[in-house]
Design a protein. Structure first.
Length: 199
């Protein structure tokens, strides 16, 4: 899967992925519209963002009803924190040219929070989020891009359920994480050299 998507450039065309891509496209446009209009939430902006997002993602017609249900169920309860927003789905360059794209980043006096929207069916527990590589990778790089916050929080927002799980991290939690990231990067590089891509 890694080789197909990231090396060969084959789009992930499973229904599950296309639903997630469609939702994220709509949510991103909704947040940008709210920022532009200085609004916390707005039904008309949500409707416009839905149309734009579905078109931009080229979401297949048979998946549009479910994406609509997920998106509007989320948008009905979402409120943008204008005072704190730092970024919304903006490509970030992490350490050693490793990139990531957080869905929403909020900066508050006591905390920098990354909110990651999840469209899957199984919410994770706090220990599972704490151990999640994506959560640690995003926070690890956020500490370098936006330094000096007393606390860093990763929040997985489960948009189908209107629930979220948040975990706080501090710099001392990442003592050996550089080694993990470098090991993962080295394994990808080695797979490319050998042209072997095990599951």
């Amino acid at each position: 899967r890694y080789r197909a998507i990231w090396i060969d450039g084959v789009p992930d065309s499973s229904d599950l992925s296309l639903k997630g891509i469609g939702f994220h496209s709509c949510a991103h446009r909704y947040i940008l519209r709210l920022v532009d209009q200085s609004l916390a939430a707005d039904e008309e902006e949500a409707k416009a963002a839905f149309r734009e997002g579905i078109a931009h993602a080229l979401t297949p017609a048979n998946l549009v009803p479910e994406v609509r249900e997920i998106f509007f169920g989320w948008a009905e309860h979402f409120e943008l924190d204008h005072q704190a927003i730092v970024a919304a789905e903006e490509h970030q360059m992490g350490k050693n040219r490793q990139t990531f794209t957080p869905d929403v980043v909020y900066g508050r006096p006591d905390c920098l929070e990354i909110v990651d929207f999840k469209t899957f069916w199984h919410p994770l527990t706090e220990p599972q989020v704490r151990d999640d590589f994506q959560a640690r990778f995003y926070i690890f790089n956020a500490m370098r891009i936006w330094p000096n916050f007393p606390n860093y929080r990763f929040t997985q927002s489960y948009v189908r359920f209107g629930k979220s799980t948040s975990v706080d991290f501090k710099p001392e939690d990442f003592g050996s994480f550089t080694d993990e990231v470098e090991a993962v990067a080295a394994s990808i590089e080695e797979a490319g050299k050998r042209n072997e891509w095990p599951a």
